[in-house]
Ligand binder design. Structure first.
Ligand code: HEM
Length: 215
């Protein structure tokens, strides 16, 4: 692997670990440094389940995209895939309990609800395509799904900027609820448009279907 992709992978790994461990702290009986959210004070179970699902999805995703890791054990890929899908489902279901009560009101709520809907659609389609043996479309929708999972990372890159630059919270937070994911979704589209798709994805016999190969 060349130096730049390697560095980007390392950076992603670092952000994933920091964000996932940060989210898992919500499972502790005494949460260290909890976010100042009404949702933490009033809907702690939903928030904790959401943080757990999100953390597992963040952790389960990245290695699935590494060909050597994937192809060295299809059973592991499949198991991690189901764990990822289940974690997205849990994270999304729990987010429905907290998103309507997001800080600052309905614009932020709308941003999170739209993100959740896009997350479910992308992940659901990715699962549907692989169950039909269509590895090319599965790959495309999983790239979209993980780009949305990574909204948790972009959100936490933007949030400290609000305080660093003294932006008014009532305006910046709702903006971030949308900006944490729309650029990620667009970046995934740019990636899918300009980085060539492998001409062939070799599947194990049990998964191979009609279009694991590009036309
Ligand atoms: C991609 C779909 C996601 C949606 C729709 C979503 C939605 C939300 C919402 C609505 C809140 C509460 C915000 C508020 O009260 O103002 C929240 C908080 C939180 N979310 Fe997510 N989230 C998503 C992904 C993730 C992921 C992948 C993680 C994994 C790290 C995560 C971890 C957390 C944590 C830890 C909090 C508590 C606040 C904090 O400590 O920063 N979320 N999320």
């Amino acid at each position: 692997m060349r130096l730049l992709p390697k560095l980007l992978w390392l950076l992603l790994g670092l952000f994933v670990l920091i964000n996932a461990l940060g989210a898992l702290r919500y499972l502790l009986p005494h949460v260290p440094f909890p976010a100042e959210l009404d949702n933490f004070r009033q809907r702690r179970t939903a928030l904790s389940l959401h943080a757990f699902g999100g953390a597992i999805a963040l952790l389960a995703g990245p290695l699935q995209f590494v060909p050597r890791f994937r192809e060295s054990s299809w059973n592991r890929h499949r198991l991690l895939g189901w764990i990822y899908g289940g974690a997205v489902l849990l994270g999304w279901c729990a987010s429905l309990g907290i998103a309507p009560h997001s800080e600052t009101g309905w614009i932020a709520s709308g941003g999170f609800l739209a993100l959740g809907a896009a997350w479910m659609v992308a992940t659901g389609l990715a699962v549907r395509f692989i169950l039909r043996g269509d590895a090319i479309r599965h790959r495309r929708w999983m790239i979209r799904s993980y780009a949305l999972t990574a909204a948790a990372i972009t959100l936490r890159i933007y949030l400290p900027l609000i305080f660093a630059f003294h932006w008014p919270f009532l305006i910046a937070y709702p903006a971030i609820a949308w900006l944490c994911w729309i650029p990620n979704a667009l970046a995934a589209e740019v990636y899918l448009r300009f980085v060539p798709t492998p001409a062939r994805i070799t599947l194990p016999a049990t998964l191979a279907g009609s279009s694991s190969q590009l036309p």
